[in-house]
Ligand binder design. Structure first.
Ligand code: NAP
Length: 313
């Protein structure tokens, strides 16, 4: 594919308005042609109520970017791929691992690009962390500790889908940490056990602890908690033979062996759209299910512990 990609965006809510629309507007490789959302509309483009209407009315678009909650990702993505469009998926790429694998197969069969994004992997310090952990200087990995804690009432006000099956609960932010860990460690990570603290009135957990192991035997532990505040904690500490690597603020800040490293400015979503353009141009896909698989394994192999009702409205 050469030149400008004609794009449709589906699911105009918080993340579409905060990040996708500004990133697309600043990216010369894309032209936003149309949007689809049941209630919202975007000025200056044609608007439809759902992806089916958009695909039927806009045969000229090349690609769609899906920004609705994960429970509807599969139907929307399948419809777009079957209409011959390239597809970019918000995280998590689906409500189950099997959905994402099936979409990847459909994309392959139709020679379309499928890009399962992990925006936290595009945080400024992530690639520098990965490079150091792969270097001889770091030596062997000894342990990993993840603390990903925030106030759900501040970050997800009024969002009902997070508490329903497929909405992931506290794994909605926690999967961002897992996307970083699976990108930067020089080993695969296996889940051994988990505790899922689940309110009486929700289908998904409000807190979770994961007990994992890297393939060299180093322990990898993660604590996710939505009952935390007022200041969020999005931190990863990695002990190696060569010293401690710390990622702070969701991958924005990096320190190695006690020294702060300048990671550069934040540009997660501009970087995602640059990558989508490059994948389309080279007719390739980028689908890494490992973060979602760890979450699925936590649901498969975790102990559910009840806690007081959240008080859903
Ligand atoms: P949101 O604002 O609650 O939802 C996005 C939009 O999707 C809604 O405004 C709604 O628009 C549409 N939608 C909701 N339920 C739908 C359904 N059942 N069928 C079809 N459309 C539906 O959520 P969000 O915070 O933007 O999150 C969306 C995705 O982005 C999630 O996967 C999330 O993990 C990811 N994400 C969010 C953030 C963040 O800071 N919020 C950051 C990074 C990634 P209409 O009612 O107009 O259809």
């Amino acid at each position: 594919m050469e030149g400008v990609v004609r794009l449709g965006v589906v699911g105009i809510g918080k993340i579409a308005r905060d990040q996708h629309l500004p990133a697309i507007a600043a990216q010369p490789g894309f032209e936003l042609v149309a949007c689809a959302s049941r209630h919202a509309s975007v000025d200056g483009v044609r608007n439809y109520r759902d992806v089916g209407e958009l695909l039927a009315a806009e045969p000229g678009i090349d690609a769609v970017s899906l920004c609705a909650p994960p429970q509807v990702r599969y139907e929307q993505a399948r419809a777009a791929l079957e209409a011959g469009k390239h597809v970019m998926l918000e995280k998590p790429p689906g409500a189950s691992v099997s959905e994402v694998e099936a979409l990847h197969e459909i994309a392959r069969a139709r020679s379309r690009t499928l890009f399962a994004t992990w925006h936290s992997r595009a945080a400024p310090a992530v690639e520098a962390a990965r490079a150091w952990l792969a270097s001889r200087e770091a030596g062997a990995l000894r342990s990993v500790e993840v603390r990903w804690k925030e106030d759900v009432r501040r970050w997800h006000p009024g969002q009902e889908w997070i508490w329903e099956p497929g909405g992931l609960g506290v794994f909605d932010p926690g999967i961002n940490a897992l996307s970083i860990v699976t990108r930067i460690l020089p080993h695969e990570v296996a889940l051994r056990g988990a505790t899922l603290t689940t309110p009486a009135d929700t289908a998904t957990p409000i807190a979770a602890e994961l007990d994992c192991v890297a393939s060299n035997g180093a322990p990898v532990r993660a604590v996710f908690d939505w009952r935390h505040g007022p200041v969020e904690e999005w931190d990863i500490d990695i002990e190696t033979e060569g010293g401690r690597l710390s990622l702070r603020e969701g991958g924005k800040r990096l320190a190695i062996a006690g020294k702060d490293i300048d990671a550069g400015p934040e540009r997660e979503y501009p970087a995602l759209y640059e990558r989508f353009h490059e994948l389309i141009a080279t007719n390739t896909s980028d689908v890494d299910v490992r973060p979602l698989r760890l979450v699925a394994d936590a649901f498969l192999n975790g102990r559910i512990v009840g806690t007081e009702a959240f008080g859903r409205s």
